[in-house]
Design a protein around this ligand. Sequence first.
Ligand code: UDP
Length: 312
Amino acid sequence: MRVVITGGSGFIGSHLADRFLADGHQVVCLDNYITGHPGNTAHLTGRADFELIECDVSDGIPVQGKVDAVLHFASPASPFDYHRYPLETLRVGSEATMHCAEFALKAGARLLLASTSEIYRDPLEHPQRETYYGNVNSVGPRSVYDEAKRFAESTVMAYHRQAGLESRIVRIFNTYGPRMKVDDGRVLPTFCAQALRGEPITVFGDGSQTRSFCYVSDLVEGICRLLASDYSGPVNLGNPNEITIRQLVDEILAVCNSTSDVTYQDLPEDDPKLRRPDISLARKVLGWEPTVDRSEGVARMVDYVRTELARV
Ligand code: UDP
């Protein structure tokens, strides 16, 4: 296949590029680097089966030639980044998704949309199944991401129903691993960096809010299976192993052998209280479930953050 990945120099996009190349496919990555990083795909430069185009996919998809699949992963994805780039976040979820759909349709390609557990926002159903409609505040500070992704899902389904677009939608729950930006405010890289530097760990709220963290290689495997499947409705991919943020601090301090203090700061507005995927559908239609335990994943994450801190 020849696969186009928008946001291909981002955290998840670049891992997907590695995987498709390893499986013998050709990859075209598109990125404007507002939150992606050229270093994530630097090791692929010069390969005959790899192309990188610097562009803003909200303006269009500047790719020529045969394409078999488009994976739309471009978007700011940390709360810190989408607060910093609210209009870019809205455009890449809306205009860029429409460009991807039009492009895929003309190319006769399959479109896979990276959606999110933020579709469910502050959920009243727990764990969250794909059938849950969510509890979204359309005017809150997180709404630019949530509403952009909801619009994106709606767009993909409209092209699927009305124009026959071959489409897939993955709802990604909190994912972590190497190539996450250490300074984009997300909890795992932030806590690892603070613990390794011996700085106070910044818990927002009382730390009783929960998340369920999936290691990136598990997510990539699920996405590949979804792309190859014939299931066009949304599918949750994530690790159902749920933990409070306060418990996460203790796990990270132990792995880092750190004595950092813990400080408590105000909970950001609209921070979801609970999050855990119900992955029954992914198990059924993709035969997928995560294989990397948090203990193993966090140890790898700490190694990665240690290397990053030594590098900068
Ligand atoms: N969080 C925290 N301290 C930090 C960063 C995040 O306590 O320095 C909390 C945040 O309030 C949220 C959880 O960790 O409840 C996960 O935050 P993240 O930004 O990683 O992703 P989210 O799931 O909120 O999109």
